[in-house]
Design a protein around this ligand. Sequence first.
Ligand SMILES: *Cc1c(COP(=O)(O)O)cnc(C)c1O
Length: 475
Amino acid sequence: MRFRQASYPQPLIFELRGREDETVENPLPPSLARGELNIPNLEESEVVRHYTRLSQMNYGIDCGFYPLGSCTMKYNPKIMQRLAKSERVRSIHPYQKGDTVQGALQVMYELQQMLCEIGGVDAVTLQPSAGAHGELTGMLITKAYHADRGERRTEVVLPDTAHGTNPASAAMAGFDVIEIPSKNGCVDLDALRSSVGRSTAAFMLTNPNTLGIFEKDVLRIADIVHEAGALLYYDGANLNAIMGKTTPGKMNFDIVHFNLHKTFATPHGGGGPGAGPIGVKKELRDFLPVPIVSFDGKRYYLDYDLQKSIGKVRCFYGNFAVLVKAHAYIKLLGGNGLKKAAERAVLNSNYLRARVEQVLDVPFPGLRKHEFVASALKLRKKGLRALDLCKRLMDYGFHPPTAYFPQIVEEALMIEPTETESKETLDAFANAIESIMNEDIELLKAAPHNAAVKRVDEVKAARDAILSWKMMLRK
Ligand SMILES: *Cc1c(COP(=O)(O)O)cnc(C)c1O
């Protein structure tokens, strides 16, 4: 095993002492000068070394395989970053007059159109900043739609495989959330039938679901939901499995969100900025946030003419630089390219599943789409858990898969290889799991050994996050 991550005893940049302040003549009047800046006073080389060292103690998609199911970073060509960074993208201002930013409006308009086609919907807003934000927007539209029809529907139904943001978004929009159990990894139609009715506002679903299984009864699901007078919401965070093959629209969904930062090459490292546009069928177009971008045959313009709009969900028109990347990516691949990416994503996932199945359990039979969920339950009898396997994978130079989600699989490992990984990488990952399963128990319990950061207290890290120097000082 040759992987070993760099490790430096690197203090925080605020803890590096820096030069004594030289007395520089301050040209500002004293009333405008701050007493203390409270930033480190370091040489350029010290700053560069500091961040280079931190980067070497990090692990990212540019270092190696990153099979983080569902929330994974897919292919992020560097050309997209260059476009987003270009002077022309950076220097425009949202208050500029429309006739001075026709190019930018065209990019947004075309992106709306392309997402309409990919999603099988009739209208798109680019405003929401993330998947969860798109879900919230969708839920607010759902609420406005029912209110407009004079109905008060208070419940949102979703399956137990739903991504955690789904119930959170529904609750945030003021709905009561009802979770129904799955049957053989898919929506249980009987449970669905008995849980939807006159108080149901929407059913939220992702297809393929978070187990990577395609809900083949989706049209019947749509009928059940629509017959109850409710809307069908599609969590389209990961469209990698179906792009160019089918659309949420064809599956009779009414509202769809797209995570540009998962499917369309706009990485959102460190939590942002992202983009989570939503698309709707034409009956719901009037409820979209304003403005959307329209085209009158001659010029592109910001269109505020949506009669029932829920208002704004974000300042201005969306994260423009992020939209530029997604636009370029979709144009670069084209329809056939997107379809090919979907085929590769599904092929890679099934190849890896077939390899992993030889050492771990993979509950539920059949082919998967872009991801699959294995179970590390076998480790229990050795007193080990999925977490130990994940930590040990880091020693082999792999980012661990998503663990303990979805919750209906015990000791779940959710693995998404993505469309761009080679057979060699997939084999190396499967081989690593295979050899870990035969390793010494104590070795696994104390892993990772070769990573810059050893076991962390995950509960404390989540509950007691110190995210800035100011928070640290307050502690
Ligand atoms: C990532 C993800 C979300 C949430 O998207 P964010 O941009 O992280 O808010 C929702 N659903 C699924 C299935 C996801 O994978």
